[in-house]
Design a protein around this ligand. Structure first.
Ligand SMILES: *Cc1c(COP(=O)(O)O)cnc(C)c1O
Length: 231
């Protein structure tokens, strides 16, 4: 490259830094080392930025748009076919029901189930494609009008319906706390709801607050800009 920096070199260094901080937070907060999965959020970045991060050993990625992910991940999967562990792609953005088929075909985990219609569509597509993916229910812990997610008070019943009515494998809950608020109480709320709903996993924490999320029991953190750079 013109500036003499290897493609992806900065991202690979940043990845190592984030991994070190996750490890330190696990130790600090009495979590089992290795109990937090790092989901590298690669939205807006293309294959040339993502490839070196995969080569550096990162295998779990998050994307927030179905179409954008469709444009880059099939080629990346092909390039890294046979890699162990396999690449694992999580949908972390809102899902429209007309994209459910594409989402089931492309992703390995859907983290953003937040209404009956999407639960039904996903269940139908999974049967159709015989691809039974684990899902998370997104919770709008801050009850923000512009944000997706079920209300905290409806979460336990919604998870139960996803399982009983739609046969979905709800393995966890996911949240995005309101910007500018202390995220701790939101993470604590998500943890409490997951316990009540009998869901094991907690997807919470982003570049600005993933260490706090680990303190509150996150089993996966979704980190984008701290690895890939500003968007
Ligand atoms: C973009 C995004 C992230 C990552 O955000 P950063 O602040 O860049 O780490 C995490 N979760 C969701 C749902 C996102 O859309």
């Amino acid at each position: 490259m013109a500036n003499g920096v290897e493609e992806g070199e900065e991202q690979v260094r940043a990845l190592a830094g984030v991994r070190a901080k996750i490890h330190a937070a696990e130790l600090e907060f009495g979590r089992k080392p290795g109990s937090t999965t790092l989901i590298a959020v690669s939205k807006t970045y293309d294959g040339t930025a993502i490839g070196p991060v995969i080569e550096a050993g990162q295998h779990v990625f998050g994307e927030n748009r179905v179409q954008e992910a469709q444009a880059k991940w099939p080629a990346l999967r092909k390039s890294f076919a046979g890699m162990k562990p396999c690449l694992e792609l999580h949908l972390i953005g809102p899902l429209q029901s007309n994209k459910a088929a594409d989402a089931v075909a492309l992703f390995d985990v859907i983290q953003t189930v937040d209404r009956e219609k999407i639960a039904a569509e996903l269940a139908r597509e999974m049967k159709q494609q015989k691809r039974f993916l684990p899902v998370y229910v997104q919770v709008n812990t801050g009850l923000e009008a512009q944000k997706a997610g079920v209300a905290p008070a409806e979460t336990v019943a919604f998870v139960a319906r996803c399982r009983a009515v739609h046969g979905l494998d709800v393995e966890g809950l996911m949240c995005i706390p309101p910007a500018g608020q202390n995220p701790g109480p939101h993470f604590a709320l998500l943890r409490k709801l997951a316990r009540e709903a009998g869901a094991e996993k907690l997807s919470m924490g982003m570049s600005g607050d993933y260490e706090t999320a680990i303190q509150f029991g996150a089993t996966s953190v979704r980190v984008g800009s701290a690895i890939f750079g500003a968007r």
